[in-house]
Design a protein around this ligand. Structure first.
Ligand code: NDP
Length: 326
């Protein structure tokens, strides 16, 4: 078995030397246990900030994977079945079944199991909860979403369209912007080449924004808040533009804007609604089956390329969900 260890806590942008590929000896599964083999591994933005307090130097990196049961002494997980597992960056894991989520039985044959890490997995759940539980997005409203061509953002925009909203999205390459148009976003722009972000936001929706699904933070956020309508709502999902900063952010925060526009801003983590995951995953799967929810994936081949895939995602290489196929 192989695993990727984090040798050093990240300082600034992660480096290849922060990771080391190691061999791991695994015990034979005991009664009630299973042996898992990774098929697809996820690389996600949260790994950058969360590794600071969830991973000790020398520990295996945190992460989720789709794995195949290759030995089983637990009838709930038969050999050949697939599960989503929080195994970290490992090729093989012995598990007693705790925390394993079986792939939905109704999963269509022609849909890659990797989607259980993306559109029909944690990022898809995040999109649903941000829209429904935090924003309470209503038909006819205008929604802004950034990092819009990514795993979460691309689902956010499409669900907002399903709900009958106007959707404005930003992303960092022209190819991503073209993809957002294909997905049915109403207004899209490349935030890197647009010149004035303020003008781009105003042009895309001169009457302002009812809701803002925030994935990026930093200066984007400051500018976007000025374009909210009065009583606008902001779901703070992520802040990827500051994850690699060595020193914590200090303002200025647009408090005056928040007051004058009487905005409501709420940070959230998808885990708050864990009790709703089974039902929400079924809805996401149904939307995919019905052709209402489209997806792309950025697949890196080879377990040995985990760090490269992770760093590439942080740099914006991916359209849709970034995953590694073993
Ligand atoms: P993505 O698939 O969107 O990949 C990350 C993307 O972020 C890149 O492709 C890049 O796209 C963009 N990006 C990177 N650096 C910057 C920067 N400096 N400024 C602006 N954009 C940048 O990742 P996810 O969809 O998985 O995650 C999106 C956000 O949602 C993240 O902030 C993440 O932490 C958050 N999240 C929060 C969860 C929660 O429960 N609260 C759960 C899951 C995700 P581009 O080319 O457009 O710049």
């Amino acid at each position: 078995a192989k695993c990727w260890v984090m040798t050093k806590h990240f300082d600034g942008f992660p480096k290849t030397s922060d990771f080391e590929l190691k061999e791991e000896e695994l015990p034979e599964p005991k009664d009630g246990e299973v042996l898992l083999e990774a098929v697809f591994l996820s690389v996600d933005p949260y790994m950058r900030p969360f590794s600071r307090f969830r991973v000790k130097e020398g520990d295996v990196m945190i992460g989720t994977q789709v794995a195949k049961v290759i030995q089983s002494r637990n009838p709930a997980f038969p050999v050949g079945s697939h599960v989503v597992s929080n195994s970290g960056w490992r090729t093989h894991t012995v598990s007693d079944g705790t925390g394993l989520t079986p792939i939905l039985p109704e999963w269509p044959k022609d849909v890659s199991l990797s989607l259980a890490l993306g559109t029909i997995g944690m990022p898809g759940l995040t999109a649903v909860y941000g829209i429904e539980e935090v924003l309470g997005l209503q038909k006819g409203e205008t929604l802004l979403v950034n990092a819009a061509a990514g795993a979460v953002g691309s689902v956010v925009g499409q669900i907002a369209k399903i709900k009958g909203c106007k959707v404005v999205g930003s992303a960092g390459t022209d190819a991503k912007v073209a993809y957002l148009r294909e997905l049915g976003f109403d207004e899209v722009f490349n935030y890197k080449t647009v010149g004035s972000l303020e003008e781009a936001l105003r042009k895309a929706s001169p009457e302002g924004y009812d809701c803002f699904f925030e994935n990026v933070g930093g200066s984007f956020s400051t500018v976007a808040l000025q374009q909210m309508k009065n009583f606008g709502r902001i779901a703070v999902c992520g802040s990827i533009s500051v994850y690699n900063d060595s020193t914590p952010q200090t303002g200025p925060y647009p408090h005056l804007t928040m007051i004058l526009k009487q905005l409501k801003m709420e940070g959230f983590m998808q885990s708050r609604w864990e009790h709703k995951h089974p039902e929400t995953l079924k809805r996401l799967l149904a939307w995919v089956k019905e052709g209402k929810l489209h997806y792309r994936e950025h697949v890196t081949k080879g377990f040995e390329n985990m760090p490269a895939a992770f760093m590439g995602m942080l740099q914006g290489e991916n359209i849709g969900k970034a995953v590694v196929a073993v």
